[in-house]
Design a protein around this ligand. Structure first.
Ligand SMILES: Nc1nc2c(c(=O)[nH]1)N[C@H]1C(S)=C(S)[C@@H](COP(=O)(O)OP(=O)(O)OC[C@H]3O[C@@H](n4cnc5c(=O)[nH]c(N)nc54)[C@H](O)[C@@H]3O)O[C@H]1N2
Ligand SMILES: Nc1nc2c(c(=O)[nH]1)N[C@H]1C(S)=C(S)[C@@H](COP(=O)(O)OP(=O)(O)OC[C@H]3O[C@@H](n4cnc5c(=O)[nH]c(N)nc54)[C@H](O)[C@@H]3O)O[C@H]1N2
Ligand SMILES: [Mo]
Length: 769
């Protein structure tokens, strides 16, 4: 008789129990306390399938034969030769030693951005940095693809970036206090499924339901109607993408024009407001920013904007802004403009009033605020000061020695010789992948540590197979989680895979730093240690009792301390002198001395509407659509792309390109047809799906399809990043501009194989070498 083992586990999309018989996962049960478990949990057994795994260490044939003299354009197409772990790791150690000795450690790029597994112990990029910090350091990265332009501008206008990281008014308080809610972007269960580092309970819908029940007046400003659940019965304003700053400033200007700006609030709590007001009322540039001005730019209706202004002024009003808005060219502006609007209204610091960012962008943003110390492995002290803004990776590789700016500083790109990527997939996440592919030919050596044979893994010189979280023990629950969660090992490692900790421990030994790296602890020793730190902190600092480690591990989960009904800037509002902000003035900055001195043309000294490089307002062809490449519903980025939840969102083995029926008709496209999607940067195939749930002129292609380029012709899988633009949001923030992108679409005439089948066949061919 087979016995079924029940193993508590967790991923970025939540906690669950794995049912295991022998070495097989036979079922997945949602975490009982979770009111809205993510369907993606049922895709997890897909990780165990050998077809997509890296099964053994491998080295690119040309690199093995000729090292630095190999043809670096062979990456991704040359044979990969299996080698033993000993050989693979000694090659890695020798490369680190060589580059460090001959070029200095800044020539080792280990920024290695990526979501990896949710486990906080086997956290691949942290462990990579930990090893390298013990042998002289590396070039790292600042900010994230998720948020960069946003937090950078908030650090200078609010003093820190809490308001976009889950520290603004909590949703429980908004649900009880707000009367008028203006939503920019989304409040969507689609994105709230995920939380970096795992989450116990998904609460967004609980709070949205409470708002609906209380009759909160909700307006959704988004190109997509389904960015808010239909049952919220919100008024939908289908805005032209990337024009939100104009709407926000037009609303603020309308308030100023009608003499209703809260001047007491502006005087007492802000600095530089004169400059903003001069822009709004037209003294600065002769253009009055009001409802009519905003309507012209955004494609919305001026009377509705005026009515909204009225409601915002005469009731308790709250503005929410999704992270998506700042993943765009000039993405600093909608974040700053929303703050400016909130200041003109004057309700910041009151329960359910003001502005907050990123609600529902991740599951924990807006939920009760976790107050404990989350379990986390340390990367150690950064021993050299070398970094890039995260999304400047292609620029780094193409332009060694060139200058770049970031947050007011001017710095120089180092000369990258070695790239080590562990736990991320740049051939999914970066913009303009054809440009990245060119840059990828520059470094002498590229090491990738990955469980899956991803497009990035295939483009490695040395490829190291990491195990997935299913194959080892770990602990989850990061800084926004309401629970600490056990991640038990369910199955043995697939192929010759080793855990990230084991790989880096062996590498540390070869580099002579094993003691410092491991501190003498093994896997369970570390997990126990990390948990005990979290438990001690909760007890000492917050008086919050957590069970001892063995009880926790047996139970699989334990609640973490949280704060409910939080009001952002409450203390500052009560006494701005006693509780000043960490800004240049101690107040909210509406006119920045720092930015005035920098005098950038793409990030001015006050919030402004600055046209993006590409938008519907500057299309000269008359045929372009604005592409929204938002987060995929059925997977996390490129992870579990062939899992059931992800496949359910595909049609004919490709991603669906959502089109408005008017745009489809104008191009002779019918529902379900294969279309070619292109611009000057690249082209891909997708399956057209027609819907009136989006503004005409807008197309939607979710991110994360596995990049499957052909020697000639379009990319097969529907990877949006062959189309997106690779420019920094501005000289100040340097965030990625993924949501700024114009495309063309037409029916596809050529032969179109099934992308998944093609990819699978290529993988099998690669595995046979
Ligand atoms: N066009 C467009 N592009 C975007 C975005 C967008 O909105 N539009 N969004 C951006 C955003 S917000 C983000 S966060 C990025 C996400 O970009 P990434 O974080 O790079 O995407 P993932 O697919 O999550 O990649 C994680 C990788 O880690 C691997 N992995 C999983 N577990 C382990 C492990 O235990 N060990 C190791 N070594 N590896 C593991 C997975 O197999 C996967 O290949 O994409 C960005 N790109
Ligand atoms: N299922 C799933 N959930 C995820 C992820 C995933 O891969 N899969 N990824 C996670 C990660 S890493 C992150 S950072 C978050 C991201 O969270 P978000 O940034 O909030 O998510 P997006 O899906 O990129 O965008 C949300 C919506 O913003 C709208 N939008 C885009 N551009 C504009 C604009 O110019 N103006 C207005 N008003 N609206 C606009 C789009 O209609 C889009 O549907 O999602 C997280 N959640
Ligand atoms: Mo993200």
């Amino acid at each position: 008789m087979t016995t079924t083992r029940r193993i508590p586990h967790c991923s970025h999309w939540g906690a669950y129990t794995l049912l295991v018989e022998g070495d097989q996962i036979t079922g997945v049960e949602p975490f009982a306390a979770d009111p809205a478990p993510s369907p993606i949990i049922h895709s997890v057994p897909e990780w165990a399938k050998e077809e997509r795994r890296v099964l053994r260490p491998m080295v690119r044939e040309g690199w093995l034969e000729k090292r630095l003299d190999s043809n670096r354009r062979g990456r991704g197409s040359e044979k990969m030769i299996p080698v033993s772990w000993d050989i693979a790791l000694s090659l890695v150690a020798d490369e680190i030693t060589r580059v460090s000795r001959d070029h200095g450690n800044a020539s080792i790029f280990a920024g290695s951005y990526g979501w990896t597994s949710c486990g906080r112990f086997h956290h691949a990029s942290t462990l990579l940095k930990r090893v390298l910090n013990l042998v002289g350091g590396y070039t790292g990265h600042r900010d994230t693809y998720s948020i960069a332009a946003g937090p950078v501008i908030l650090r200078h206008t609010l003093g820190d970036d809490q308001a976009c990281g889950g520290g603004a008014n909590t949703l429980d308080s908004i649900a009880e206090n707000t009367e008028t809610l203006l939503v920019f972007g989304a409040l969507s269960p689609r994105t709230a499924q995920s939380e970096a580092g795992g989450i116990g309970t998904h609460q967004l819908e609980t709070f949205l339901a409470r708002m609906q029940e209380r009759g909160v007046k909700v307006t959704l400003v988004s190109p997509l109607k389904d960015d808010l659940p239909e049952w919220m019965e919100a008024e939908w304003w289908p805005i032209r993408p990337n024009t939100d700053a104009a709407l926000m400033l037009g609303m603020a200007g309308e308030i100023v024009k009608t003499g209703r700006a809260d001047t007491d609030f502006l005087d007492r709590y802000t600095s530089g407001s004169e400059e903003l007001l001069a822009y709004l009322d037209g003294r600065a540039d002769g253009v009055v920013k009001d409802a009519d001005w905003a309507a012209r730019i955004t494609g919305l209706k001026a009377p509705a904007i005026r009515a909204q202004v009225e409601a915002m002024l005469t009731s308790r009003s709250m503005i929410t802004v999704s992270w998506a808005l700042q993943r765009a060219h000039h993405g600093e502006q909608p974040f700053w403009a929303a703050l400016a609007l909130a200041c003109v209204i004057g309700q910041l610091g009151l329960p359910g009033g003001g502005v907050g960012y990123g609600y529902g962008s991740l599951g924990g943003v807006g939920s009760p605020i976790a107050r404990g110390k989350s379990p986390a492995m340390s990367k150690g002290r950064d021993v050299i000061d070398s970094f890039i803004p995260v999304a400047r990776i292609t620029d780094l590789l193409l332009n060694p020695g060139a200058e770049f700016t970031y947050e007011g500083e001017t710095r120089t790109y180092p000369d990258t010789r070695l790239v080590y990527w562990a736990g991320g997939n740049p051939f999914h996440h970066h913009q303009d992948l054809n440009r990245l592919a060119e840059a990828w030919t520059r470094p002498e050596t590229i090491i990738v540590q990955e469980p899956m044979m991803t497009p990035t893994a295939r483009r490695a010189d040395i490829l190291l197979p990491a195990s997935t979280s299913l194959e080892r023990n770990d602990i989850a629950g990061a800084r926004r989680s309401d629970y600490v969660l056990a991640m038990g090992q369910a199955i043995p490692p697939v192929g010759e895979a080793l855990s990230d900790y084991e790989i880096f421990s062996r590498l540390a030994a070869l580099l002579g730093v094993e003691e410092a790296f491991t501190e003498g602890r093994d896997e369970m020793g570390w997990i126990r240690h990390l948990y005990d730190q979290t438990r001690a902190d909760a007890a000492e600092r917050l008086g919050f009792e957590m069970p001892d480690f063995d009880s926790f591990w047996a139970e699989g989960h334990t609640p973490a301390p949280v704060e409910r009904h939080h009001t952002y800037l409450k203390a500052f509002r009560a006494d701005p002198e006693a509780a000043p902000l960490a800004t240049e003035s101690g107040k909210i900055v509406l006119g920045s001395r720092k930015l005035a001195a920098l005098d950038y043309d793409d990030c001015w000294s006050h919030a402004a509407w600055i046209e993006p490089v590409e938008w519907l307002g500057n299309d000269t062809s008359g045929e372009a659509l604005h592409l929204i490449s938002h987060q995929p519903k059925g997977r996390l980025h490129s992870q579990l792309e062939t899992g059931a939840a992800s496949l359910a969102e595909k049609r004919h083995g490709r991603e669906q390109l959502r089109l408005h029926p008017e745009d489809a008709a104008a191009r002779g496209i019918s529902d379900g047809q294969t279309v070619r999607v292109w611009n000057d940067r690249g082209e891909c195939l997708a399956t057209a799906t027609l819907t009136t749930d989006q503004r005409a002129g807008v197309a939607v292609l979710p991110t994360g399809a596995w990049f499957t380029p052909q020697a000639q012709g379009p990319e097969l899988a529907g990877n949006a990043n062959v189309l997106t633009v690779d420019v920094g949001s501005s000289k100040f923030g340097q965030g990625c501009s993924a949501h700024t992108c114009l495309i063309r679409v037409a029916p596809y005439q050529g032969p179109a194989g099934d992308a998944i089948e093609t990819y699978q066949a290529e993988l099998l061919a690669a595995a046979e070498t």
